[in-house]
Design a protein around this ligand. Structure first.
Ligand code: MG
Length: 258
């Protein structure tokens, strides 16, 4: 496909989108900065200290709860009555120095027509700190976080998505969602959202290992990119071109473009 044809394809695929939804960890900031590895380590040491386990045992439990409960925190609450505030404050006490300001990302998000949200299984405080460091915080209407999901209803549960779209009056069929974890996009796809997978397989991190053998993408992944900012910039540019090719009557049905 030529560059022009690809751009036209993007314009058509995204022309009806009026809401842009971004995961935070390994999506808004690049997996290369290894911030999530710090969070992983803090989760392990929190569990080791709280439950008096060795670090190896704690990491094994962390992984088991992530698989069985959707997040480590959900497992800790349901099985041990751990305080979510104590856990989240501890695991997000990390060095944000590895997150670089991302003016290209800010400009690309700004150029997208419509509402923008962060939808994360982390805390609002963590998301605000990271988004501020990236320089993109002001572009978001809201951050829908794990407190809003009451800890035990994280992505990818249908309950999480229903709460999110319900709270903000979002029409799922006019929303696009960006996430590095394919199972989160599966629920988004089921609801009718357009999905964009941030492909982190090159990083070889444990949470992305299960996707490594894909040669053909599953149906619930509509688009794939390894670099968020240029991909969004391409969408924004394609939408401008797409709008120029439409009649005034057609554009009237797209008020979110202005
Ligand atoms: Mg993520």
């Amino acid at each position: 496909m030529t560059g022009a044809a690809a751009a036209e394809g993007l314009g058509k695929r995204f022309r009806n989108v009026d809401t842009w939804v971004f995961d935070l960890d390994n999506t808004l900031y690049p997996a290369q900065c290894n911030l999530f590895a710090q969070i992983d380590r803090r989760m392990g040491s929190f569990i080791a200290e709280s439950l008096e386990l060795s670090l190896d045992e704690a990491h094994e439990l962390r992984h088991r709860y992530y698989v069985e409960h959707g997040t480590t925190l959900a497992g800790l609450i349901q099985c041990h009555g751990i305080s979510p505030h104590a856990f989240l404050d501890y695991v997000h006490d990390i060095d944000l120095g590895v997150v670089e300001p991302a003016p290209e990302l800010g400009a690309a998000i700004d150029a997208l027509p419509g509402r923008k949200f962060v939808f994360t299984n982390g805390s609002r405080k963590h998301a605000e700190s990271v988004a501020a460091k990236l320089g993109v915080l002001d572009h978001f209407e809201d951050i829908f976080d794990i407190h809003a999901l009451e800890y035990v209803n994280p992505k990818p549960t249908r309950e999480a998505f229903d709460r999110f779209v319900g709270a903000h009056g979002i029409a799922a069929r006019r929303a696009a969602m960006f996430d590095d974890l394919p199972h989160n996009l599966e629920t988004a796809h089921t609801l009718g959202m357009t999905t964009i997978w941030i492909d982190c397989r090159a990083m070889g991190r444990p949470e992305h290992v299960s996707d490594e053998d894909w040669t053909v993408l599953p149906d619930h992944i509509h688009h794939r990119t390894e670099a968020l900012a240029p991909f969004i910039a391409a969408i924004g540019a394609a939408l401008v071109d797409d709008a120029e090719g439409q009649t005034p009557a057609e554009l009237q049905s797209r008020p979110y473009l202005t």
